[in-house]
Design a protein around this ligand. Structure first.
Ligand SMILES: Cc1cc2nc3c(=O)[nH]c(=O)nc-3n(C[C@H](O)[C@H](O)[C@H](O)COP(=O)(O)OP(=O)(O)OC[C@H]3O[C@@H](n4cnc5c(N)ncnc54)[C@H](O)[C@@H]3O)c2cc1C
Length: 397
């Protein structure tokens, strides 16, 4: 049996690795387990880019959390000596006027930013097309550009944080897959792995992304895995997509799901994806296929909104999986019946940007404390049919 750790973190995506760092900084003996290598190719956190935005409609708590993350994202660039957070700004195209009382995601986000003292630049479709000429704005009535925000090179971030965790003295175990949580008299005692190891610990923190409900079956009724298509396109006119002539964007996202990124400075591609319902699947058994119908859907969107990209080659696709809670809010709490067991998961397609605060939230909870943003992510009863509440998410009516 491996020596006992105060905390054993299961999973080294953004939730797990930031938690391990936070617990280590608080003086605990910490280990992290992860299958194969870190960053894991199938982890949700592993990609060339993830949006870092403050725009959350009327939801002030997520906006405040994201606002608290921004300075840390900037600091991490200095700390790691590499630009991992590209603050290219965020442009939101709206099918409705931002003055429209029925609002919608863009109008609510714009108002929330102004009320918090931020300075988003409102633009009419002509101005958007003038500033970002790759867009055909005829389908949009209004929009705004917010210079705060952009994208993080998510896989590289997890890699850099894992290196930092090692430096701090976290024991990082790759090629170790948690298979069994050993509970004795209602208390977690150890974690056994598929590779035949047994890790003794006083406390396990399960941050296993898509596999969390499989390791903690009590979560099955409230958590599901959904797969979402991601496309990397090689632009024939890259100059049109380079910052500042292009930015991270959302195109009437709550009604279409479409969002994308400026030209990736290292990969030389434009990533476009859809923040919609996705396809429910099993993380190991089901194939993560991007279907011709997904590509046809993408091409229709591009033809209408970004014609310069509509016929460009797709050089990479992936169906990447959210760990969806039924209400779309994260799941951060101690298990109600098993002592020494904490859950940090449920990113629901929008957790990566919160990396700078998520570790603090999970570590505080694991230590039995209360974080200013704990309440909403507590263990909760969710009935099937409860609506997804993350306001940017495109939900089929
Ligand atoms: C297509 C897509 C686009 C997204 N876009 C954005 C975005 O633009 N902005 C944003 O903020 N968020 C975005 N997200 C959401 C974000 O990626 C996730 O919320 C976040 O990365 C979740 O991190 P995690 O650490 O919980 O899970 P993961 O990153 O999946 O990490 C879980 C880790 O646990 C490991 N693991 C699994 N099983 C075991 C086991 N049995 N034992 C040990 N380890 C195990 C895995 O190998 C993995 O390394 C997106 C997600 C997807 C899928």
């Amino acid at each position: 049996m491996m020596k006992g750790f105060d905390f054993l973190v299961v999973g080294a995506g953004i939730f797990g690795i930031t938690t391990a760092i936070e617990l280590r900084k608080r003086g605990h003996e910490v280990a992290v387990l992860n299958p194969d290598q870190i960053p894991h190719p199938l982890a949700a956190s592993t990609d060339i880019s993830k949006i870092v935005r403050m725009e959350y409609g009327t939801d002030r708590e997520y906006m405040d959390m994201a606002a608290a993350c921004m300075p840390v994202w900037r600091d991490w660039n200095d700390f790691f000596g590499e630009t991992l957070f590209h603050e290219v700004g965020f442009v939101l195209l709206s099918a409705a006027s931002l003055d429209d009382p029925s609002g919608g995601f863009e109008a609510a986000s714009y108002r929330s930013l102004l009320e918090k003292g931020f300075r988003p630049e409102r633009m009419d479709p002509m101005q958007i097309a003038g500033r970002f000429p790759a867009f055909d704005t005829s389908a949009y009535a209004d929009g705004f550009y917010h210079a705060v925000g952009g994208f993080a090179e998510s896989g590289r971030v997890v890699e850099a944080l894992t290196g930092y965790a090692r430096q701090l003295g976290v024991s990082v175990f790759e090629r170790q897959t948690a298979e069994k949580l050993v509970v004795v008299n209602g208390r977690l005692r150890a974690v056994e792995t598929r590779e035949g190891e047994r890790f003794g610990t006083g406390h396990a923190v399960v941050c296993a992304g898509n596999h969390t409900p499989y390791l903690v079956p009590d979560l099955m009724p409230v958590m599901k895995v959904t797969g979402h298509p991601v496309f990397h396109l090689k632009p024939s006119r890259p100059e049109l997509f380079a910052h500042p002539g292009f930015a991270v964007f959302a195109a009437d996202i709550s009604n279409t799901g479409w969002y994308g990124f400026s030209l990736h400075p290292k990969a030389g591609v434009v990533k476009i994806a859809n923040h919609g319902e996705g396809l429910e699947l099993h993380p190991d058994r089901d194939e993560r296929v991007v279907y011709p119908s997904d590509e046809a859907h993408l091409r229709r969107f591009l033809r209408a909104s970004i014609p310069a990209l509509a016929d460009d080659p797709i050089v990479y696709t992936r169906r990447c999986c959210y760990t969806d809670t039924l209400d779309g809010h994260f799941w951060i709490d101690n298990h109600p019946e098993i002592g020494g067991l904490t859950i940090g998961s449920g990113g629901s397609g929008h957790g990566f940007k919160m990396g700078p605060v998520i570790g603090d939230m999970i570590a505080t909870t694991a230590e039995g404390g209360v974080h200013r943003w704990s309440e909403r992510y507590r263990w909760r009863e969710l009935k099937t049919g409860v609506a997804q509440q993350e306001e940017a998410r495109f939900k089929l009516k």
